[in-house]
Design a protein around this ligand. Sequence first.
Ligand code: IMP
Length: 338
Amino acid sequence: MKVYTKEEMSINELSLTYDDISLIPTEVSRIRSRMEPSTETKFLGNKLKVPVVSSPMDTVTGLAMAKELNRLGCMGVLNRFDSSLKELLETDGKLDGITAVSISLHSDEELIERLAAKNLVLCIDTANANNEAVLDKCEEIKKNYDVKVMIGNIAHGSTLKQLVDAGADAVRIGIGGGSVCTTSVQTGIGIGQVSSLLNVYYAREKDNLKIELIADGGIKSPGDVAKAIAVGADIVMLGRMLAGTKETPGEVIKYNDQLWKKYRGSASFGVKMKNEFIEGEETMIPYKGNVANVINAISDGLRSAMSYMNCFTLEELRTKDAFAILSNSSYLERLPKK
Ligand code: IMP
């Protein structure tokens, strides 16, 4: 079997995603306990304990989620669909623990000015960052305010320099990989998440660009978080893994003797509520309790992966060059059996 470097995986013939690859422990580890490695990272000037940022979806990030993630050493990006943003602006006290908010392409100047004055990271929340209107908006914000801006999404690094030239500080990588995303089905657009990440990572390397990379969509487990960081992501953005927790907006529903919460795509009918082009689904997620449990599981899994891979820091994990590309049967062998 070939032990692949990141660079070799980046030019693999077929597009790859998390289930197609695995990390290979090829060294005797210096790490004696899972508690030794540090999952700390810096993202857009903020020190984080775990490299997790929440997706700005209306069933994922409201004020409660943003604040709890902040308390846990992660970052929440407030959604732009429900009343969270309005509530945030009405009461200044509510700003404690809010680090990032999403805006739309059509958000007005006054709103942006108010958010920038509070020094919040801004996320221009669109489906496709490769669009002149998105780049113009980014450029305009960066010209007028001293604020960090994340934009998205892209699936390939071919336009990365244009994004950086427009002033983007971070980019969401992934088109078609989200768990409630129907973009690829509806349009035929998008490639596997690992290939997307690697392509953008090497585009950044090649031109020595300064932009932070967010692995967005398709992350199902702590192991996928470890893989995303190992292939070069600075941070992961989670929708489904955080959905269904107590801190998400929305009611807990009892159905068939089980508790559930709603999870839906930002381009789903439930969000748009009109007969537009729909690129997202709506589903129910078993109720998971506190989001702290999810974050702790990610932190534990990541630290264990780092221990196998002989890494004290995430920076070391990002430079590891020992990957397998899995056959379908070896992928299935990796899964626990009933
Ligand atoms: P998940 O963690 O796999 O559930 O993916 C979450 C990501 O899916 C988000 O951060 C968005 O990038 C993407 N996404 C959210 N809503 C939609 C949608 O309606 N259509 C397509 N992609 C979406």
